[in-house]
Ligand binder design. Structure first.
Ligand SMILES: [Zn+2]
Length: 279
C-alpha cells in the first residue's frame, strides 16, 4: 500500500488530482483512533489533491472565484456609495481640564443625550452656566473634524454667559466657539473655514493663536483679524480676500470687478456695524 501511495504522488498533476478527488469522496478526512497506516497515507493524498486543486483550478472553481471577487468589489462599491453621515471628534477644553469624544452628525443635529453632553462640555468657563449649542455651529465643528480627522480640536471657549463677551456676542447665543486644531496652523484652519462655509463669522486672533468661528444664519459672512489684544479688528483682511478669491469664477471685466469689490466691502461694513461683530 505504501508503494502504491508513493507511485501515485509521482503521477501527473491532473491524474493525482482526479485520484485525490475520488479519495476525498471515499475516505473521511483526518486520522481517527485505530485507523491503519494505509488510511493515513490515503488521507495525505487527499491533502495533496486539495493543493493541486488550488494550483490548477478547474473552470467551475475559477468561475466561483471570479463571482466571489465581484461580490467583494460590489460590496466595496456599495459602501463607497453611502458616504458617512457623521464623524467621531475628539475635543479638549484645557481651561476646564476636560476632554470628550463624540460622534457628530454632519448636520449638527444631535440626539437629546448627545446635545446635553455637548452643552455641558462647552459650558461657560467662568460661570459654569450652560446653553444649547446651535446645530449650525456643531455642523461646522463636525466638518472640521472630518477635514482634520485624527487631530484633537482644542476649545478655547464655547458658550459664554454675559457679561463675558462683547455686546451681542455670538458666544452668548451658543453660536460661537474659539478653537485650535492640534498640529495644524491656525491660519490654515481659518482659511479652510472661510473657504468652505457660508453663514459664518471667522476671526483670527493672531496673538492668542486661535480661530473664532460662529454660525450666523441670514446674515452676511464676516471675516476679521485681531493682531493683538485690544487692537481694532481688521475687517475683511487680505487672507479672507485671497481665500475666497480662489473660489470666485474668473471675470475679465475689470470695471465690474472693481464695483463688485467696493459693494462687497460696504456689505461687510454694514453687517459688522449692525451686528457689532463678533467675538
Ligand atoms: Zn470667539
Amino acid at each position: 500500500m505504501a508503494v502504491l501511495a508513493f507511485s501515485v504522488t509521482r503521477l501527473s498533476r491532473t491524474l493525482s488530482f482526479a485520484i485525490a478527488l475520488t479519495i476525498c469522496l471515499a475516505v473521511p478526512r483526518g486520522p481517527q483512533a485505530g485507523e491503519t497506516t494505509a488510511t493515513t497515507q490515503l488521507s495525505g493524498l487527499a491533502d495533496q489533491g486539495a493543493t493541486a486543486q488550488k494550483q490548477g483550478l478547474p473552470v467551475r472553481d475559477r468561475v466561483i472565484l471570479v463571482v466571489e471577487r465581484l461580490v467583494v468589489q460590489l460590496k466595496a462599491a456599495l459602501e463607497d456609495a453611502e458616504p458617512p453621515t457623521s464623524v467621531v471628534v475628539h475635543l479638549r477644553f484645557p481651561n476646564l481640564r476636560s476632554e470628550m469624544e463624540i460622534e457628530l452628525p454632519f448636520d449638527g443635529k444631535l440626539e437629546p443625550e448627545g446635545a446635553k453632553a455637548v452643552k455641558k462640555f462647552l459650558r461657560c468657563r467662568r460661570t459654569g452656566r450652560r446653553r444649547k449649542i446651535a446645530p449650525g455651529l456643531l455642523a461646522i465643528v463636525a466638518d472640521l473634524g472630518k477635514r482634520y480627522q485624527g487631530h484633537t480640536i482644542e476649545i478655547v471657549s464655547g458658550y459664554r454667559a454675559p457679561p463675558y463677551g462683547v455686546r451681542r456676542s455670538k458666544h452668548f447665543q451658543g453660536h460661537a466657539v474659539d478653537l485650535r486644531v492640534e498640529g495644524v496652523p491656525t491660519k490654515e484652519v481659518r482659511d479652510y473655514l472661510w473657504q468652505n462655509h457660508t453663514n459664518v463669522g471667522v476671526g483670527h486672533y493672531v496673538h492668542q493663536d486661535f480661530v473664532h468661528v460662529d454660525y450666523r444664519p441670514r446674515q452676511n459672512d464676516v471675516a476679521w483679524s485681531s493682531k493683538r489684544r485690544g487692537a481694532p479688528y481688521r475687517i475683511n483682511p487680505k487672507w479672507a480676500r485671497v481665500a475666497r478669491a480662489v473660489l470666485a469664477p474668473a471675470d475679465h471685466d475689470h470695471d465690474h470687478d472693481h464695483d463688485h469689490g467696493i459693494g462687497h466691502l460696504a456689505d461687510v461694513a454694514n453687517s459688522v456695524s449692525n451686528d457689532m461683530a463678533t467675538h
